[in-house]
Design a protein around this ligand. Sequence first.
Ligand code: SF4
Ligand code: SF4
Length: 428
Amino acid sequence: MMNFNTIHQAVRNRFVRLTPGQLVIQTTDRCNATCPQCSMRVTRNFKRHSLDPDLVLKTIDTAPSLGIKAISFTGGEPFLLKQHLYDYIERAGRNRIPFIRTGTNGFFFTNSGKPGFSDRIRQIADRLAATPIRNFWISIDSCDPRIHDQMRGFQNMFDGISKALPIFESVGIYPSVNLGINRNVGAALTQEISRDDYANEPAYEKALCLAYGKAFSKFYKTVIDLGFTIANACYPMSIDTDSCGLDPVYQASASDRIVRFTRTEKKAVFSALKQTIPKFRDKIRIFSPRVALHALIKEYNGESDTSYPCQGGINYFFMDAESGHTFPCGYRGQDDFGRFIDLDKSFQPAGYSCRRCDWECFRDPSELAGPVIDLVTAPHRLLKRMFSDPAHLRLWAADLLYYRACDYFDGRTPPDFKKLAPFKTDSL
Ligand code: SF4
Ligand code: SF4
């Protein structure tokens, strides 16, 4: 016989699945970049895989019946298979998926000084604009162009990006910059700071927060100057597989020091980002929700039950390039759901309780959806949170208002700076 907790969990899962679902499809693990923070870098020797295009198309056809409203095509480098990529995006559009995203490491922005660069970019921009893509991201790892080029293994990327952005905008695509947070983000500002130079942990945390705050400011200024109008931040994916029981199938994580942060360091980095965002969000549409950063900071401060559980495995899924199978996310390789096309509505999702990593693709939207899920399935919990952590609800409401002012980060429309202006003063 089912007890109350089991019934409650089942009701919760059912309601969670009524909120917009998300599917991340790793089309390939091939990449042409050398990023030290990623296990898919071209210099690593392992057998590469790309998904069978027929399986991807069938998966996209199945997605709406499982409540999927957002599909991201990721890699590796998705544009290494660009003909297939365009087909996938078009198929998602035909299936009325409203939020379709993909991105690049920017390899086609090299050689911007050579003849034919603008024509080459225009061809890509025109082709992409003819698809129903909603968001197109370009990843950047440092505010310093020299360090970014060194990490990627490409040359003069910032020049190429600044020349390419107006071409994309002229056909109605407003690319987002994706900052992969790592120790090189602020160049010397963040590279040279060391625990050994501080007498104790709180002093180190304070100094780190200050350094990353300056680095994030420099980053936002740089990308605004380059011409970006939307920004997102990817939290460092340093996973301690031994202590958290994760078994990644997505090799975007690495154990390299460049993305390995201790709990204290994560607290400082997330605090710095949370404090920096309000200074720039009237100038560039910043996706990173401060409520999610607030929750993560508290989590790393040792406060329990402060963040909302992740929807990975219930309503958000990851399709792996190697096996073509579906997982709750790229990090729970032990929970293999098989092929997405074989899942149906009777599929039994994983429990709504995982907080084992900071993967922003799943954690950020889970945090934003959390209060609504609580309101319907556990109003007493919401009430308790209102009293125990009033800042959480305030930040959540402020984030939603900001999201509305940003037209929910529609990468096919320009920013409306009049709507963003009031957020300059919001320093919640
Ligand atoms: S982070 Fe992206 S661009 Fe860099 S090696 Fe990994 S997949 Fe390639
Ligand atoms: S928190 Fe989410 S993304 Fe991270 S391991 Fe759990 S289900 Fe996966």
